[in-house]
Design a binder for this molecule. Structure first.
Ligand code: GRF
Length: 202
């Protein structure tokens, strides 16, 4: 199980961090390959980055399409590239139950907060607005609820008094880039088991 399908909607910095790790880090040693990068938005910067790396980069615009219909297109594209593990990396859409059934325990997401705090949009803004002193990021399996599946890895990040959304987001992003590749490595190597909500490393 080594072929990744990466779904993006924008900048694609998490995708790039994964690609770097595949090229010259632990994921490369594990034999991981990025089979395809798919964006639901044509203007996603990550698509260009994928093309520049000579990867399969596919734009599947989602605008105006019914969720089930769109997700069937996505599933077909992922299967076409023989994807084993789906990594959501800034993919700004909820996935349907049909999609999730196609990849049971085979979809990961990264979220810029310590879940279950601050799910949904603008997690860094939510953290600042709430006044927490520590926030962070979470890699979790995806189930049918938003930002809710079993947690693989989290990293804590301090909130500083003079933080803006930009400075806090940048500090969190650094940790995102580190833990996403690490979590993918754990899942690809099968070094875990899921007991209820808990992901236990084996
Ligand atoms: C990241 O903060 C990620 O946690 C969230 O969306 C952002 C995507 O950034 N889900 P990028 O496209 O990977 O640069």
């Amino acid at each position: 199980m080594k072929r990744l399908g990466i779904l993006i909607s924008g900048r694609g910095s998490n995708f790039e961090a994964i690609a770097e790790n595949v090229a010259s880090g632990a994921l490369g040693v594990l034999g991981v390959e990025i089979a395809v990068v798919i964006s639901n938005r044509a203007e996603a910067r990550g698509l260009e980055a994928a093309l520049a790396r000579g990867m399969n980069a596919v734009c599947l615009p989602s605008k105006g399409l019914d969720r089930e219909v769109y997700d069937r297109m996505l599933v077909a594209e992922l299967h076409k590239h023989d994807v084993d593990l789906v990594c959501l990396a800034g993919f700004m859409r909820l996935l349907s139950a049909g999609f999730i059934r196609e990849f049971p325990n085979r979809i990961l997401n990264i979220h810029p907060s310590l879940l279950p705090a601050f799910p949904g949009l603008d997690a860094q803004h939510q953290a600042l607005a709430h006044g927490v002193k520590i926030t962070g990021c979470t890699v979790h399996f995806v189930d049918e609820d938003l930002d809710a599946g079993p947690i693989v890895i989290q990293a804590a990040v301090p909130v500083l008094d003079d933080d803006t959304e930009e400075t806090l987001s940048a500090r969190i992003l650094k940790q995102e880039h580190r833990i996403y590749a690490e979590a993918i490595g754990i899942v690809i190597a099968g070094k875990y088991r899921v007991e209820g909500r808990r992901v236990l490393l084996t």
